[in-house]
Design a protein. Structure first.
Length: 389
């Protein structure tokens, strides 16, 4: 073999050995990577055991505290505030004065009504000029009617005796008929005048009553016994008819008015327990009970209003406090729970059996944001795998 060919053979053999060794190295590296990946994937699965704990399913609501029987006091009259009789926080009884209004128009109407009543009473008494004039006319008409009646009867008797002409009898009858008609006309006129003055008297009395009521409207009073939570007007300010001037409610009885999302309407019902937290008392949880569900949904907020009665009394009496509430829909004091991320679509979980992962169907119950109750499918000894992303 020539030296050149020998050298060429040696180089080729060396290259083949190197190539075989390289493939062995590559295969080894790949196997190591696969093992590392498998080990890494397995290490990403968190292993837990379901835990037994109390679990609640709730509906969120927000609202505020309101005094029982709380209402806005509206002014029936109008005018300037002459006097303010109470202050915020004062206790009041039914009928207690809150404000006194001053108005000249009301006083003028009252004086006019009283004068009209005085005049109406004068026109109906025995010395009434109008009725006395009609009475005199009535008496005169009656006298003439009676006189003409007697003459007519006398002429009728003379006619029967053929002592007077027929034309004389007819004249006397016509005179009597006119007198009788005039008398009846005055009688009707007297009755109408008497009815008018009686109606005028009645109307005058009613006007005085109305004027007195209008004058009383200048006295703004409390309609119930309770506490004054708010006063909207001060002395000297103008009050319009129908304007809100105060808020009054019971002093030591409060309830909650809450708003819930319309998607939760079918979940709530009267009697459900509620856990309440008030911003004013951040370290306390108060208990309440759902008392009333209103049938009208607020179309602007897409929310339903409900009322709740407080079971736990508030430390202090304030109306209008902001609150957040959780209405308890379902609860289980010993619920078997797993984290929410352990539940797969279709209500199943990954479990470890004999060292291998296995997908298992479960029956779920109460769901919260963080946890889900497992009713059937696993127990507290089951190893549940949570796949980390």
């Amino acid at each position: 073999m020539a030296p050149h060919s020998f050298n060429k053979h040696i180089k080729f053999k060396t290259f083949r050995i190197l190539l075989e060794n390289s493939w062995s190295i590559v295969v080894a590296i790949l196997m190591i990577c696969i093992l590392l990946m498998l080990n890494g994937c397995t290490s990403k699965d968190e292993k837990i055991n379901p835990s037994v704990k109390p679990l609640l399913e709730t509906v969120y609501a927000s609202g505020f505290v309101k005094a029982k029987d709380e209402y806005q006091v509206f002014a029936d009259g109008e005018g300037y505030i002459l006097r303010k009789h109470i202050e915020e926080g004062d206790e009041v009884k039914v009928g207690d004065l809150l404000y006194t209004l001053s108005t000249r128009q009301g006083q003028a109407r009252s004086e006019i009504a009283k004068q009209n009543l005085k005049y109406a009473r004068r026109t109906i008494d025995l010395q009434s000029p109008i009725l006395n004039e009609l009475k005199a006319a009535l008496a005169s008409a009656k006298t003439k009617k009676d006189f003409d009646s007697v003459n007519y009867v006398r002429y009728l008797n003379l006619w029967n005796q053929r002592a007077v002409a027929k034309i004389e009898l007819d004249k006397m009858k016509l005179t009597f008929d006119n007198a009788k008609n005039e008398y009846e006309l005055i009688v009707n006129r007297y009755k109408k005048a008497l009815l008018d003055v009686e109606n005028n008297l009645f109307n005058a009395k009613q006007q005085v009553t109305i004027a007195d009521e209008d004058a009383d409207k200048n006295q703004i009073r409390s309609m119930l016994q309770g506490r004054v939570f708010s006063l909207n007007k001060e002395k000297g300010e103008w009050v319009r008819r129908g304007e809100s001037v105060a808020i009054i409610g019971q002093a030591n009885s409060f309830f909650l008015t809450l708003q819930i999302d319309e998607i939760d309407i079918n979940k709530v019902k009267v009697g459900q327990n509620i856990l309440v937290k008030a911003d004013a008392f951040p370290d306390k949880i108060f208990k309440a009970r759902l008392a009333k569900i209103y049938p009208l949904v607020d179309v602007r907020q897409q929310a339903l209003q409900v009322d709740a009665e407080l079971i736990d009394a508030l430390p202090q009496s304030f109306s209008g406090l902001a609150v957040e509430a959780n209405i308890i829909i379902r609860e289980n004091a010993k619920a078997l729970t797993v984290p929410t991320q352990a539940i797969l679509p279709g209500d199943s979980v990954w479990v470890e059996e004999k060292g291998k992962p296995l997908k298992k169907k479960v029956l779920t119950g109460i769901r919260t944001f963080d946890e889900v109750e497992i009713v059937n499918g696993v127990d507290s000894q089951t190893v549940v795998l949570i796949k980390k992303q």
